[in-house]
Write a protein that binds this ligand. Structure first.
Ligand SMILES: Cc1cc2nc3c(=O)[nH]c(=O)nc-3n(C[C@H](O)[C@H](O)[C@H](O)COP(=O)(O)OP(=O)(O)OC[C@H]3O[C@@H](n4cnc5c(N)ncnc54)[C@H](O)[C@@H]3O)c2cc1C
Length: 525
């Protein structure tokens, strides 16, 4: 059994921001289910949105965020996050993130849905640079213990206490230690979920392998409300290459003049769908590509930036240029084959402005949450920003309310007396593949009630199967993830079925119109 003042589950932008804010005052344990840099943060290419350009304003950023979010955003939260952005960027620069300079300030790119140049970046590897800086600062801090290879299974609540309680308070978690192969109990007065999204519920996703919605499923099982899970963002431009899955071509390629063409006809099709053409919000671009692909039976469409100076292309997109060159595509002279892929989970665990969930002692920050910032669709580059603002807010709230957070009670150790080692692991791979395939086919970019019901029917069967399996066999990382994936798929489908309109990322042929009132989907355990 290990004890910390505060436990942070997740070592991406949200988790490490929280840990660094807590560390001057409290002892923090940060766990990650694999290596520390395996979350989505490391993969972010584009950058972070902040109002820094002359002539831009907080009001503009708020308006762009609300337009993308189709009015479902919580305006007060949007205003709060937008106004915190410049300070968050300054803190990162202080930590040593080498943002691209421009004159006295930083170079800003423009991305779809933004009315101004607003994206602070480190070439096209912003997330990597941020992860490096945060990890280095956390590793150097004596009050932070970084614990990789520790897979959270479930939150510890009063139900796991020697003295049973239904208070709902969270006191830490049970986690599987990959190195010892044993389940450990980690206790803390406060716990922060920073486990990222649930993209791997889909067959095609730009999200890392570990994005299986663990935090959402754990919070749900611990009694927290989950909201807006139907709003899954599909990135319009993932590289189409059968050997290399999940390589994203950043929005900034379109921001810097890249055009989308139909490879059969050579026609630039985006102006047919939206007056903003390639700079329309992601959902519109993704649906347009989906429609071209389905109508003409294509495998992919082309994204072409070869009309710009080769030097400009190489300077702005060094990683993409190099990666694709290795695959035989020179983007300074050739178009890039692209398809849409799941990219961002807008919904998640409901939190307030301080990152508090419904469970006392449990906070959450980053992609695992529904904070009210994104509404029905995330504006590009607002998500890293959300991690910094809420990671810090949760930490500050914990510090300010430290005295009110109780010491964890005595907790029962993990009980393995009634389980054995699995003799049919093939079930896990089979069910995992099934879920991702039907989620892609039935709960994807364009939905219908019938398809959603088909998905629901399958989930109900698989849930039962996975629950049986979980009851009988020792946990493994794959089983832990699969159990969460089924839970999260169920939450996505139930949310989608309950929304009788098309809004933002949720587009259904049965309810193609947007309703007059914007109402969040809130699922109550
Ligand atoms: C390819 C790509 C490009 C992107 N580009 C941008 C961009 O340019 N700008 C932008 O704003 N956003 C971008 N995003 C989104 C953004 O990167 C993410 O929303 C953000 O990084 C999420 O950070 P996080 O801290 O919430 O989670 P993550 O960085 O995903 O970290 C999750 C952490 O939780 C841990 N974890 C998960 N489950 C468990 C468990 N069961 N037990 C223990 N630990 C666990 C993981 O190990 C990991 O450490 C991009 C996303 C992708 C995939």
């Amino acid at each position: 059994m290990s004890r910390f003042d505060v436990l942070v589950i997740g070592s991406g932008a949200a988790g490490l921001t929280a840990a660094l804010t807590l560390a001057p005052t409290l002892k923090v344990g940060v766990i990650a289910k694999g290596a520390l840099g395996e979350g989505a943060t490391n993969w972010a290419q584009g950058g972070i949105a902040a109002v820094l350009e002359e002539g831009d304003s907080f009001d503009n950023h708020v308006a762009d965020t609300m337009t993308a979010g189709a009015g479902l955003n919580n305006r007060a939260i949007v205003e709060h996050v937008v106004s915190e952005a410049p300070a968050a960027i300054a803190r990162l620069a202080e930590l040593g993130v080498p943002f691209n300079p421009d004159g006295d300030g930083w170079h800003l790119t423009r991305e779809g849905g933004h009315s101004h140049r607003r994206i602070v970046h480190v070439a096209d590897a912003t997330g990597w640079a941020i992860q490096q800086a945060l990890e280095a600062a956390a590793a150097a801090h004596p009050n932070i213990a970084l614990v990789p290879d520790m897979v959270a299974i479930d939150l510890v609540t009063g139900r796991h206490a020697e003295e049973f309680s239904t208070s709902g308070a969270v006191h830490g978690l049970y986690a599987f230690n990959r190195n010892s192969g044993r389940v450990e109990t980690l206790l803390a007065r406060a716990t922060i979920l920073a486990t990222g999204g649930a993209g791997r519920a889909y067959l095609y996703s730009t999200a890392p392998r570990g994005a299986t919605g663990d935090g959402i499923a754990m919070a749900w099982r611990a009694g927290c409300r989950v909201s807006n899970m139907e709003f899954m963002q599909f990135h319009p431009t993932c590289l189409y290459n059968l050997g290399v899955k999940n390589f994203l071509i950043t929005e900034a390629v379109r921001g810097e003049g890249g055009v989308l063409t139909n490879p059969k006809t050579g026609h630039r099709f985006m102006p047919d769908y939206d007056e903003r053409a390639e700079l329309a919000p992601r959902d519109i671009v993704a649906r347009a590509i989906d429609s071209e692909i389905k109508r003409d039976g294509l495998d992919y469409v082309h994204l072409d930036i070869s009309h710009r100076e080769p030097e400009f292309v190489r300077d702005h997109f060094p990683n993409i240029h190099e990666k694709l060159l290795g695959l035989g595509i020179d983007i300074t002279t050739q178009p890039i084959p692209v398809v849409p892929a799941q990219h961002y989970t807008c919904g998640g665990v409901l939190v307030d402005v301080d990152g508090r969930t419904d469970a006392p002692g449990l906070y959450a920050a980053g992609e695992v949450t529904q904070s009210g910032l994104h509404g029905a669709n995330r504006l590009a580059s607002n998500s890293l920003l959300e991690c910094f603002v809420f990671g810090e807010a949760a930490a500050k709230h914990i510090i300010a309310n430290w005295a009110a957070l109780p010491e964890p009670p005595s907790i029962r150790a993990w009980d393995e007396s009634r389980v054995t080692n699995s003799d049919e692991e093939v079930v896990i791979a089979q069910v995992w593949g099934e879920i991702r395939r039907f989620m892609w086919n039935f709960v994807g970019i364009v939905r219908t009630t019938k398809r959603l019901e088909r998905a629901k029917h399958r989930i109900d069967l698989l849930r039962q199967e996975v629950a049986d399996y979980y009851r009988h066999f020792r946990v493994t990382p794959d089983l832990i993830e699969l159990r969460n994936l089924v839970e999260v798929a169920d939450l996505i489908v139930r949310s989608a079925l309950s929304r009788h309109e098309s809004r933002g990322l949720h587009y259904t042929l049965d309810y193609p119109e947007m309703a007059a009132d914007a109402v969040d989907t809130v699922l109550v355990p």
